[in-house]
Design a protein around this ligand. Structure first.
Ligand SMILES: *Cc1c(COP(=O)(O)O)cnc(C)c1O
Length: 496
């Protein structure tokens, strides 16, 4: 029997996995969630012997039950190949008393590659399975990393177009350069004069606009989403938590069934939700430690039970986490509300109208798997410097937010024994200026690419190909628009 996906906002909307991937988002702005979380059906001893690709198959087959074995293996093998600069795909590095799960070895050197290298294949397969004739238009809002990873994944994929909106002044220079130099006839990149939340809200509005959908359909187009609300992104992210645990077990770092903690630098709550799903599949995970930067709306939520986005939006050195509306949290809210779409829809309505909602004490009691905290800008920089000076290992700003929060967790709870995996979400080469500035202010006067070479020297790590590629690349995209011009911009690109 197929695993069915239900909307978090409408109990009557139920679809298969391939339909959920195609739609991206459910009606009324809801998100698709699996009606149950399947349990792993292979033993840890077997998983311990598997490659990343084999592990991916064992995890994803349980969620994408309407894909054939051949289809799914084809998607997996097309995604996790030489685009990654290591055969391990997601290596674990033991440093400073924690295990850094390096999720940045794909083509755009951030963890979004883990899912976005496979999503185009899942989507094309889903379109074929559902006899879709329209061209698929991927519409994406990005706080920096999703955009490039999605562009790279979809560039020149037949039957698709991709349009990416990013906050013009809210991404790092290297992130922007990566996006505006993207090749591919089917790629479109737009800077908006607004922040990430405005970009995301604008994109969500287009997705739920029925009039626009009709106009699109008449022209032979339909929207889909590459944002982390698409379950085609969430499911591939579960894989590396299973893989990391299996590798630690295989290497004798942990005993059978020994519990580990997982720390995730969090923005849209997709990556940590994947870890939560891994736990529910049977991976022995103790605490899910949710790390925020100064935009600490999630920390406040875990401490008080009130989610309140009415606050100043702060631009930090970890821009991919500068988010006040954590979209994927809705999936957790729905679950702790007893999988009650009506109740969840009420909360989400309050979020839209009041900018906040408060969960019930019964719901809050179900959040004991999670621990939330945050790192300030100064603490984040301090952690980068300290880990570099103590161990020689250089981490990026997002990963440093997580490392800082792990330090606070240990100090606060006294839990220093549990082996802990820190999701390392970006290469330090992607945020070179902030990283080098944290290590020593003397680097302030260098240009971005001088800093890249200097980082390579001090960290003793080769400059990633993704950075080499943009050193001299031509700028191919220069569209900038206002927040209220997003729809008009899409229509112009599509000639509709
Ligand atoms: C997207 C991103 C995050 C946040 O992940 P979510 O799934 O949105 O919580 C953290 N770090 C980096 C480098 C990212 O690109």
């Amino acid at each position: 029997m197929d695993l069915i996906y239900a909307s978090t906002r409408n109990a009557d909307e139920k679809v298969t996995a391939s339909q959920a991937i195609l739609k991206g988002i459910a009606g009324e702005g809801g998100l698709f969630v699996p009606t149950e979380i399947p349990k792993l059906d292979v033993s840890m001893d077997d998983l311990a012997k598997m490659s990343y690709q084999e592990t991916a198959y064992e995890v994803m087959k349980l969620f994408l039950t309407d894909f054939t074995e051949e289809e799914l293996k084809h998607c997996i093998n097309s995604a996790y190949d030489e685009k990654f600069d290591t055969a391990e795909i997601a290596p674990l590095v033991h440093a400073d008393g924690a295990y850094y799960l390096e999720l940045f070895h794909g083509s755009t050197i951030a963890f979004k590659d883990m899912a976005l290298s496979i999503l185009p294949h899942l989507l094309i397969t889903s379109a074929r399975k559902n006899q879709i004739k329209n061209e698929i238009v991927i519409l994406t809002a990005t706080s920096g990393d999703t955009g490039k990873a999605a562009l790279a994944g979809f560039a020149d994929v037949k039957g698709t177009k991709i349009i990416v909106f990013y906050p013009k002044n809210g991404v790092s220079p290297i992130q922007e350069k990566q996006m505006v130099t993207q090749k591919g006839e089917n790629t479109f990149v737009v800077g908006i004069n607004g922040n990430f939340d405005q970009a995301q809200t604008g994109v969500k509005k287009m997705f739920s606009d029925k009039e626009l959908a009709k106009v699109m359909d008449a022209a032979g187009y339909q929207f889909s989403s590459a944002n982390s609300i698409n379950i085609g992104r969430l499911v591939p992210q579960i894989v590396y938590y299973v893989y990391a645990y299996a590798k630690m077990y295989a290497n004798g770092e942990i005993a059978k069934d020994e519990k580990i903690n997982v720390v995730v630098p969090t923005g849209n709550f997709g990556n940590i939700l994947a870890a939560f799903y891994a736990k529910n599949m049977g991976v022995p995970i103790a605490k899910l430690i949710c790390a925020s930067n100064d935009n600490k709306v999630l920390y406040d939520f875990f401490s008080t039970g009130t989610y309140d986005k009415n606050r100043e939006f702060i631009l930090t050195t970890s821009p991919s986490m500068d988010i006040l509306i954590s979209s994927n949290l809705e999936r957790l809210i729905y679950r702790i509300a007893g999988n009650d779409a009506a109740k969840n829809a009420e909360f989400m309505k309050e979020l839209t109208t009041e900018g906040k909602y408060e969960i019930t004490p019964e719901m809050k009691a179900q959040l004991s798997d999670f621990y939330g905290n945050y790192s300030s800008e100064a603490e984040t920089a301090e952690v980068i410097k300290k880990i570099y000076e103590d161990t020689g290992y250089v981490i990026d700003t997002h990963t440093a937010v997580a490392a800082g929060v792990y330090g606070k967790y240990k100090a606060e709870t006294g839990d220093t024994e549990t082996k802990t995996v820190i999701a390392s979400t970006a290469s330090p080469f992607k945020f070179t200026r902030s990283v080098m500035d944290a290590i020593d202010h003397k680097y302030d006067s260098m240009t971005d690419f001088e800093l890249v070479d200097e980082l390579s020297k001090i960290a003793n790590v080769k400059v990633p190909q993704a950075i080499e590629d943009i050193r001299s690349a031509a700028i191919l995209h220069d569209t900038v628009c206002e927040v209220d011009e997003m729809e008009a911009t899409v229509k112009k690109f599509l000639n509709i």
